[in-house]
Design a protein around this ligand. Structure first.
Ligand code: HEC
Length: 239
């Protein structure tokens, strides 16, 4: 009797294991088709990282808790193909380019901030301080960033309506068109604007600001930085 029982188990156990395996396979099988499709989404990820501008926000330099916790060494990976977190509504709105992670850009923006506090507050508020004759600098910066998305149409119109004005800065307009990065496009545009506000629009109301070339470089970086911050904060754009 004693010897019989183990043998009985030796038959029952494998049977139990086999039936357990079968039932496992059954419960897993419906999940199997779902998994590969999700997995195939992640490695490719070209859909969420819509364009090469949209890289991880950690490169903006603000050590927010989100990006730093998911990526402990963000500064080592400035590759444009970095995968964006799937909160797409946010990332879609705030364009981020490698420009923002360049140390030179940050340095210029800092200096531009100082120039703006001296030179722009006659009409635009900067850091909440200054005149209210014109919309705050952050608001016109966000609006300008928006307008850069449709700059090609504007330039086509300019070329048709005001060919002389267009020809006067044709090289600059061509480089705006050729530049794929939205923020770099904006930088080129701002260089034209801060040198001569009517460069692409005879109706531009901002009076000419007398600025040194390096001040224009610095202000362009600062205005771009403001625009990106403004988009992230949901700053409203003026009319
Ligand atoms: C004398 C007043 C005055 C000063 C000073 C001034 N601005 Fe302006 N700015 C204007 C006016 C007017 C507009 C047009 C407002 C509008 O379009 O809503 C404008 C618009 C802008 C725009 C938006 C342009 C566009 O088409 O997208 C930017 C960017 C800008 N200013 C940057 C600056 C910077 C940087 C400084 C400091 C160097 C500065 N402004 C100083 C009057 C001024």
């Amino acid at each position: 009797m004693r010897h019989f029982r183990p043998r009985q188990w030796s038959i029952l156990l494998p049977l139990a294991l086999i039936s357990a395996l079968i039932s496992c396979g059954k419960t897993q099988s419906p999940a199997v088709p779902a998994n590969p499709s999700m997995e195939s989404k992640n490695p490719g990820e070209p859909t969420s990282a819509k364009d090469p501008l949209q890289i991880e926000r950690s490169s903006l330099g603000d050590a927010g808790p989100g990006p730093s916790s998911s990526n402990p060494i963000p500064s080592q990976e400035p590759d444009p193909v970095e995968v964006v977190e799937p909160d797409s509504s946010d990332t879609e709105e705030a364009p981020v380019s490698l420009l923002l992670s360049e140390p030179e850009f940050e340095r210029r923006a800092k200096l531009g901030h100082l120039v703006a506090k001296r030179r722009c507050i006659l009409c635009h508020k900067v850091d909440g301080r200054g005149a209210i004759l014109q919309p705050p600098l952050i608001q016109v910066s966000v609006r300008r960033l928006e307008r850069m998305k449709i700059i090609s149409e504007h330039l086509d119109q300019l070329q048709a309506d005001d060919p002389d004005r267009y020809q006067a800065r044709v090289d600059l307009f061509n480089s705006i068109e050729a530049e794929p990065d939205l923020l770099r496009k904006m930088s080129i545009w701002l260089h034209g604007y801060l040198k001569q506000p009517t460069f692409d629009n005879p109706q531009a109301k901002m009076p000419l600001q007398v600025l040194k070339p390096e001040e224009i470089d610095q202000l362009a970086s600062y205005v771009i930085q403001l625009a990106v911050e403004g988009v992230k904060q949901g700053v409203p754009t003026p009319e």
